[in-house]
Write a protein that binds this ligand. Sequence first.
Ligand SMILES: *Cc1c(COP(=O)(O)O)cnc(C)c1O
Length: 795
Amino acid sequence: MTSSDLRDSILHHLKYSLGKDAAHAVTQDWRMALSLAVRDRITDPWFDATRTAYAGQNKRVYYLSMEFLIGRLLQDAIVNLGLLETAHEAFTDLGLPLDTVLSNEPDAALGNGGLGRLAACFIESLSSLAVPAMGYGIRYEHGLFKQSFVQGRQIEAPEDWLQQTHAWEFERPESTYHIGFGGRVVQKDGRSVWEPEDGLIAQAYDTPVIGWKGRWANTLRLWSAKPTQIFDLDRFNSGDYIAASAPETLARTISRVLYPDDTTPQGKELRLKQEFFFTAASLRDALRRFESEYDDLHLLPQKVAFQLNDTHPAIAGPELVRLLHDERGLPMDEAIATARGCLAYTNHTLLPEALERWPVELMGRLLPRHLQIIERIDAAHAAEKPDRRANALEDGEVKMGELAFIMGHKVNGVSALHTDLMKQTVFKELHRLHPDRIINQTNGVTPRRWVLGANPRLSTLITDAIGDGWVGDLEQLSGLETHLDDAGFLDRFAAAKRGNKTDLVDWVQRNQGIALDPDAMFDVQIKRIHEYKRQHLNILEAIALWQEIRDNPNADWTPRVKIFGGKAAPGYVFAKEIIHLINDVAAVLNADPVTSKYLKVVFLPNYNVTLAERLIPASDLSEQISTAGKEASGTGNMKFALNGAPTIGTLDGANVEIREHVGTDNFFLFGMTAPEVDARRELGDHAAQAIAADPRLARALDAVRDDTFAPGDPGRHAGIAENLSGHDYFVVCSDFTDYWRAQREVDAAYADQGGWMRMAALNTARSGWFSSDRSMRGYLADIWRTGPALGADGE
Ligand SMILES: *Cc1c(COP(=O)(O)O)cnc(C)c1O
């Protein structure tokens, strides 16, 4: 496709699809027209992929996830189709910068954080690998809330990405399923039949996801809830318009909002309804497809794989058994075995408060047949493994982790450390019963979005050095190592980083009115705000450093900008206090005439995928400082390493593997290990001991406690001070001293720019393993037992 072909297609869509005259088109019109023109290029490979999968009778992978944090789609599609240059030229002809058009797209924020972003990377990788696959989720009307700050406090506003027409989706009015709730179970001809009392319609919306080089496209199918009856005509005719539309309002509630919390289950009926809604629709859709091709249900495990992204779709176990046994007549034991052959479960957290459990009363009321089937599943499991008890039903609750484990043929952790801890803690008993079931699949990120799209300067440099094979085979980045002794290469690497930093400086100046020095070290912590992620450890170190610079302003300080980004769940009070503290500290430090040339703090509001794409390429230092044993994997850590930002971090999640890959000299390690954390907690007064041993820490905490950062309002941050000097569950104080030491090593290393750039480039060269293509190959080999439908040559 030439740039004039693309320009013609854009003008065609502007006129005939959008009904706009080019003379009056606004940016949004151009963005829509470009999206439609690009979408046209995806449709053929998309249809071809479907035909190929049917013709080859390939096994299909279904990735079930409550969240898909896909972000913007236009640039990703253009990059994967190899049309970036063409699009630049087309818009040069049209007299509008392409970047302006691209940045008009709203972020599809259908996820909270890492878990949802992982699902998005996986779907893209499955397309890039040409694996017949489908992502199933919910088409939330409102994605994750928009965050702003008022006087340092987080304010939430509803997100409205569907306010503008979503350019990528195809509505499928014919792909609908009736989803029931409540009611009762009756016996008919010796069979149990669920007769739901309420119901609604799940309707599909399809978004094609194009893979690298446009060879293959899979579908992201998101379900939207519609009423079975649009409105109550009798009530309408009698003039009661609000009551007339009640059925629609109620039904739509199911797909209205994303729960804004990724670590604690909401004890809400609505949440369980959402989970059943999308899981049941997805299973039925997949079974319909299977039955259009095969008539023997025993083939199901050979032809269909369902991956449960966390326990949110774990109701898939009993629902699939119900579909096979109640509705299709397979004997119960066979139904359970067949379902297990198809299902596998990815665990994402060991935090006890985040493991989903539903009261039996609620499950019985909403899903009465499923509760019975869960009892049967437990009984069958106990019969099979009579020596020990490890049930899904316990103490009046349905434990979704146990249910997913028992109903999955494989259960995977998301980093080596997390998988080991899973065996020792949450699933200890089940692991003993099924020693081959737990496996590890370390997370990854897609290089198309996180390097090629987000960091064109670095990408050009890499391609100039080693060719462009790395985009589809990221481990080729190791070829960069031979270039590291070439001073010219490191100079260009430094220039790319510097260019990205200058772009960020301009953007921060325009959007936040804060002036930053591009020569300062950009030290970045961006992720959800959570105690275990320890943003408060980071800000405490900033306070201590500020105090030290004030004591000694003429010393040789390494200038630093500490950049934060991240949202707190609206109900998570302590996380919101951390945000408030960081903003208050920023206000004082940035206004300090003595220290601000060495140390600034910036909290950028509304962290999302687009902001991550802007920040990560401009970062020098990656903060991955969670309490050891608490972060399952992390994927932010991988994005930074790939973009040449060395990590300061603990031995937690995938940090362990990143350090092994990049080399211990190129990673700033600090802090206790997971067993050391557990032992430390045994000391009741670990925080007091740590504070007594480190005057810097004591002084920083004093400043949090008094009114240093809350002029006229002492006590504003007392909650944090009390927590840290009290029970300090996440051992912030006990890791502080070592964190300080590691940060001063970072200062010294950064002061030697030649050495730093080498270290940064080594991080890029040695992080190729962290591609989500590698993760997907692991799932394909060890869990799904299938592979690409196309050979490397496209045949
Ligand atoms: C990668 C990513 C995350 C995950 O970050 P972690 O540091 O692994 O928690 C969360 N949100 C967004 C927008 C991301 O891009």
